[in-house]
Design a protein around this ligand. Structure first.
Ligand SMILES: Nc1ncnc2c1ncn2[C@@H]1O[C@H](COP(=O)(O)OP(=O)(O)OP(=O)(O)O)[C@@H](O)[C@H]1O
Ligand SMILES: [Mg+2]
Length: 236
């Protein structure tokens, strides 16, 4: 079983000075049962790459395969159910729904995938409790701190137990202890053999949660480091 396999992924964005190549032929793999970290300087293309993998950003050339499905060949119409069923995405800017409470935000992916609201709210409540958010369930996102909003976004990405979890800087707004707890949860999700997680990070404190660290520079994957089992952080 393959997890995520990207071959020669390239994309350019228009600019006043002409098109800018942001991904220049990326070969990247995230193996099932593993947490793969994606690191590299600001602007090198990390968010762009995981957005292409999720099918949130179209127009890339090359091939992106997610658990056997060729994402690049799905139509926009086919992508929505594929994403709902298989992918959890934690955005760099959280993207919480401003008019919904914390618990409703976290429950949305299950409802969108067809669960009744009461069941979805129960699952969301459990996960939010694990993330230390029980006192905030009925608040609106704007009433929370950045770190609390980030944890709601994490709950929302995990609630439907996606096969592929894509996380853009999930610990950026968290203190050391919450960051470790979140990474433990993300690793627990990834360790099963039919799931995988890709985590973009600038935070060296969490490198020990990775099975593999993929380094990007200027639109290309330049190096992949394997983290030896003895160096892996224990999650329990
Ligand atoms: N929609 C867009 N239109 C034009 N240029 C874009 C667009 N999105 C990203 N870029 C450019 O593409 C490059 C890569 O952006 P990307 O967001 O993938 O970087 P990143 O590695 O995630 O950086 P950071 O660590 O700061 O989040 C940057 O130079 C950015 O300015
Ligand atoms: Mg980014």
């Amino acid at each position: 079983m393959s997890g995520v396999v990207c071959q020669q992924v390239a994309i350019e964005f228009p600019s006043a000075a002409g098109p800018i190549k942001v991904l220049k032929g990326v070969d990247f793999e995230a193996r099932p049962g593993e947490l793969t970290m994606l690191v590299g300087p600001s602007g090198c293309g990390k968010t762009t790459l995981i957005s292409v993998i999720a099918g949130l950003l179209r127009g890339a050339t090359g091939s992106v395969n997610v658990f056997g499905q060729q994402v690049t060949s799905l139509s926009n119409r086919q992508l929505v159910p594929f994403r709902l069923a298989n992918i959890g995405f934690i955005f760099q800017q959280y993207n919480l729904l401003a008019g919904l409470s914390v618990i409703e935000n976290a429950a949305v992916p299950l409802v969108a995938a067809g669960s009744p609201w009461p069941d979805a709210l129960d699952a969301a409540r459990d996960l939010l409790n694990t993330l230390g958010l029980t006192p905030h369930l009925t608040k609106l996102p704007r009433q929370l701190s950045g770190g609390q909003q980030q944890r709601v976004a994490i709950a929302r990405a995990l609630v439907h137990k996606p096969r592929l979890l894509l996380c853009d800087e999930p610990t950026a707004a968290l203190d050391g202890k919450s960051g470790q707890a979140v990474m433990g949860l993300l690793r627990d999700l990834a360790v099963s053999p039919d799931r995988a997680a890709i985590v973009v990070t600038h935070d060296p404190r969490v490198y020990a949660y990775a099975n593999r660290i993929a380094h990007m520079e200027d639109g290309l994957l330049v190096n992949v480091e394997e983290v030896l089992p003895a160096q892996l952080a224990t999650t329990h």
